[in-house]
Ligand binder design. Sequence first.
Ligand code: ADP
Ligand code: MG
Length: 548
Amino acid sequence: MTVKTAIENDSLPPQMPGEKVNQIFGAGEMAERTRTLDWASTPVGPIERWSAALLTTVNTLLASRHPMFLWWGEELVQFYNDGYRPSLGEDKHPAALGQRGKECWPEIWPIIGPQIEAAMKSGESSWHENQLVPILRNGKLEDVYWTYGYSPVRDLDGQVQGTLVVTTETTGSVLAKRELQQERRRLADLFQQAPAFFASIRGADHVFDMVNPPYQELIGHREILGKSVREAVPEAEGQGFIEILDGVYRTGKPFIGRNTPIKLARTGSQSLEMRYLDFVYQPRRDQNGTVSGIIVLGVDVTDSKRAAQVLLQTEKLAAVGRLASSIAHEINNPLEAMTNLLYLAQQAAADPLTKEYVMAAEAELRRISVIANQTLRFHRQSTHQRLVTLDELIEGTLSIYLSRISTSMVRVERRERAKRPIMCFDGEIRQVLSNLIGNAIDATKSKGGRLLIRSREGTDRKSGRRGVFLTVADTGSGMSADSLAKIFEPFFTTKGIGGTGLGLWVSREIVGRHHGYIAVKSRQATEKSGTTFVVFLPCDSAPRGETA
Ligand code: ADP
Ligand code: MG
């Protein structure tokens, strides 16, 4: 190699006496090193023999503060400036100066070698952005990113003699960008996975930019990206939400909604479903601080709201229970007193008309007693449980209704087979029977019809418990779906002042206390209307004590 170089150097024009001496300019470290290196021992030969092209290029390179690197000649002998030095690290600097390319960069020569050779051959330049070129630096192989350009350097004859590399290390910005991307992805993931709903909308028309799955879930799965709120959620119009969005967009003031009801077409446009939301409309601003959109963030609190309503309902029931219990207590004593007084009055009355009046008053009073007992009795202290058969209870209850039944067009059918006694507060179960039979008669009496009362032993399919089933079925008016949904609520009645709306509510409480349940089926259809109540009472479990 040295031999060949010597020949090449010999072929350079000999230096003429008096000719200007080639000089390396500049005061930096690399200028100094370049000046003092023993170039004669390298393929490019001593500085005095360098071609004008090499000398100019090297001086330009040394004068530049942009990191630059030069490969020169067939052996790709290296030059670089102070700007480039830090990229080399202690391992390569200063040995790289004057070194052959492939000796300096064994670890990356397979990457850059062909690039340099191609540039030399074709005379074309190349440009590489943010390329990972790992280099040995500070004692280890480091991942380093570079943006660099290769440019051919020609001699005076136009022959490509070298490759100039102007480069910038971009490791910092590449890593920063990558971090940013990861950060963005993390944020995006966060929005996607957040238990809160999130939507980003832009512009005065409120166009959906981005929504997460809980938001999609909330509004039902419809296409909304790229659409305005008006288009995508048309039912929001007329519920005040568009106006609020307009306000937030105009004023830049956030809006916070709590427990806000919204009707949403979640399952298609026909039916609207009420949801309750805690949410915020937060204005989004551009760099100039102008409002450019709105962030919607919130949670669907419908379930917890419903839970709160149920709790409220339960509290109401408890209050009604206490009220009923105290009324029963307050009423019963005077009723008993009045009954006794009327008895005495009847005995004492001499005049037959007075006697008749008193008897009529007594009858009305008995009615009051029955009503008070039917509706309120279950709240009275009933301490005694008894073993009784359902047949016994049905028999006793029906006897109260015999006169009503005989004066109506109701035909009673009885099918009783439950011979097994159950442990219960018999008065309470009698009250349930009384309520069901009373209701059935009410529903049937105007047109006439059948009333079926049946009992049997059996196993409850859901729980597997043994017990007795009581069925009270009628061919009466039946119930609408709306009524059916409410019949167990206290004070729900369709009988005006003729009803209390407490019968079924009380019945369900009683049956619940006996660990059983009431089920109901009803329909309204010409010729086929009717209602069936089924009560299940288990044999094996003793009822709970008094609750009120
Ligand atoms: P009330 O009898 O005082 O109205 P209930 O709680 O006993 O109160 O019954 C509530 C409502 O349920 C009744 O007003 C009636 O509308 C409906 N209902 C109950 N039983 C029947 C039935 N067998 N047929 C039709 N409707 C019934
Ligand atoms: Mg009733």
